[in-house]
Design a binder for this molecule. Structure first.
Ligand code: GLP
Length: 225
């Protein structure tokens, strides 16, 4: 595991976007795993800026997103689908047919998850971007999730409702992972990861055994390590 401590959120976002851009320059048809939430927002803004300055071409990349609420309508403003379109995909030249999102309005979530997992197995993720929840969740793999979990329907711990998420084992298959954590409220989860002893109480700690993990924290998120 490589740990990079950024001074602040701005620097964290710069580091993350530079890693992504370098990987795409090296492999134009990179398979990207994208995350949502607050943390990667500025990273995505940086990607859009780089695209506008013609520093990077997204036309051949393939994308898989981590998770989605369930059930949720396609155009619900709270959906992760909408988030990705508004915050990134509509503003870069990614090819629509290369975008993969879990369908939160499906009538058959089991089938949706099985098919999504198969698609990822066919096009393994080269670079997975991850955030982390305060309780150590990654994607929507909440505490209690097994190391062997695959893409599935889950119950959410801290809010009402369910979600579709790729599993811990699905995430672990990514060739490279960048985990981003900003702010004091993430410090415990980062500590659990570095100590790596918490198992499924802090699912993020499973990442410790990954062969190619880069953890980018700002000072506050890294304050307990
Ligand atoms: C959410 C998402 C995760 C995200 C995490 C952290 O619930 N399911 O994919 O990484 O929580 O979010 P934030 O970056 O807003 O702190």
């Amino acid at each position: 595991m490589k740990i990079i401590e950024a001074r602040n959120y701005k620097e964290l976002s710069k580091i993350a976007s530079e890693i992504i851009i370098d990987e795409i320059l090296e492999k134009p048809n990179l398979v990207m795993g994208f995350a949502t939430g607050e943390t990667p927002k500025k990273t995505y803004k940086n990607l859009i800026k780089a695209y506008k300055k013609k520093k990077v071409d997204f036309s051949k990349i393939k994308t898989f997103n981590l998770d989605e609420f369930y059930p949720i309508k396609e155009n619900d403003l709270k959906s992760y689908r909408k988030y990705m379109l508004v915050k990134l995909f509509n503003k870069i030249n990614v090819d629509e047919k290369n975008i993969h999102l879990l369908n939160g309005s499906t009538k058959n979530p089991e089938k949706e998850c099985l098919e999504y997992e198969k698609k990822i197995n066919k096009k393994p993720i080269d670079l997975q971007i991850l955030g982390v929840g305060e309780n150590g969740h990654i994607g929507f793999n909440e505490p209690g999730s097994s190391r062997n979990s695959k893409t599935r329907l889950v119950n959410l711990t801290h809010r009402k409702g369910k979600a579709l998420t790729i599993g811990i084992s699905t995430i672990m298959k990514a060739k490279k992972i960048i985990l981003l954590a900003s702010g004091k409220k993430k410090a415990k989860a980062i500590q659990a990861l570095i100590e790596g002893k918490q198992g499924n109480k802090f699912p993020v700690s499973f990442l410790k055994e990954h062969k190619n993990l880069i953890v980018v924290v700002d000072r506050k998120a890294g304050s307990l390590i």
